[in-house]
Design a protein around this ligand. Structure first.
Ligand SMILES: [Zn+2]
Ligand SMILES: [Zn+2]
Length: 291
């Protein structure tokens, strides 16, 4: 999907000419700042000088204490405090198994906007297949194949001896000859010559994740642009989807969505909207006709 900001909305938005703090590192500002500034004609203050890795790292040196949304919220609050503004935005990513079969790598990105003037919180989200994987090996040719499959060097790799918890980490490796050197160093530290290699989850080291962050930013922007029809506060967005669009052949409910409920968290205004993509579902989505 190509994202086209609506410039009429940009100047009409209640976020126009406002200061929004963005506490982030690892290059996420590169995708988030232009999207936000273009959509709202706002000023994004990139807050630096606070190490967000203190709130948890992908490489397990510092475990994340809060859950994903809590961590994003926390970062937004810290950014607001440091910048002295009433609007703050921050993101937090997670890698895990896919929610359907639990076997595919999956990446979910959340972006939270906190608006203290309106006393609301708007959450943007994007999720899809991720690319995290790991390998424990003593065989250099196997390590080389792993790197090629992972998309190294654009996708960075992290290397350490023995297992995922060893603290003798080598990261920010950008070339194959440095990768080989790091592999040999880690193998030398290991009693059995075993090296644990994994994909780097940090945004600047993971191009696929950077794309997901961009999608989540587009989602939060869309919600920030959507105002409540009753009170005008931003963030009027879908909170519930209703499956059960009837099957064209047998008339039974399918898993396809037929309606969405949008809600204003400020005044409680809500609207249920029937979707228009066809009144009946193709039998391919029917559990009875096409089990
Ligand atoms: Zn059917
Ligand atoms: Zn409202």
């Amino acid at each position: 999907m190509i994202f086209e900001p609506d410039h009429n909305l940009a100047s009409a938005s209640c976020y126009a000419n406002r200061c929004i703090s963005l506490l982030t590192q690892h290059g996420k500002e590169k995708v988030m700042v232009p999207l936000l500034e273009q959509a709202f004609a706002c000023q994004v203050v990139h807050v630096q000088g606070y190490d967000t890795d203190q709130l948890g790292t992908f490489t397990r040196e510092i475990p994340r204490i809060d859950n994903q949304i809590g961590t994003a919220r926390n970062k937004a609050r810290i950014g607001m405090r440091l910048a002295g503004v009433s609007l703050g935005i921050a993101s937090e990513g997670a890698f895990g198994p896919d929610p359907f079969m639990g076997i595919m790598p999956w990446n979910r990105e959340l972006i939270v906007l906190i608006d203290d003037e309106e006393q609301i919180e708007i959450v943007g989200e994007a999720q899809g297949p991720g690319n995290h994987r790991h390998l424990l090996t003593s065989d250099w040719s196997e390590a080389l194949r792993f790197a090629e499959t992972a998309g190294f060097p654009e996708q960075r790799l992290i290397i350490r001896p023995d297992n995922e918890y060893d603290t003798r980490i080598q990261k920010d490796i950008s070339e194959f000859h440095l990768y080989e050197k790091a592999f040999l160093t880690a193998a030398g530290h290991s009693r059995k010559g075993q090296v644990f290699i994994e994909t780097d989850g940090r945004a600047h080291a993971n191009p696929l994740r950077m794309k997901m962050i961009s999608k989540a930013a587009q989602d939060v922007i869309k919600k920030m642009q959507s105002r409540c029809p009753a009170c005008g506060v931003p963030g009027f967005s879908v909170v519930q989807r209703f499956p059960g669009l009837p099957c064209m052949d047998c008339g039974r409910p399918t898993r396809l969505i037929h309606a969405e409920l949008s809600l204003c968290q400020k005044c409680g205004e809500h609207k249920k909207q029937e979707l228009v993509y066809g009144e009946l579902a193709d039998p391919m989505y029917c559990d009875f006709c096409n089990p």
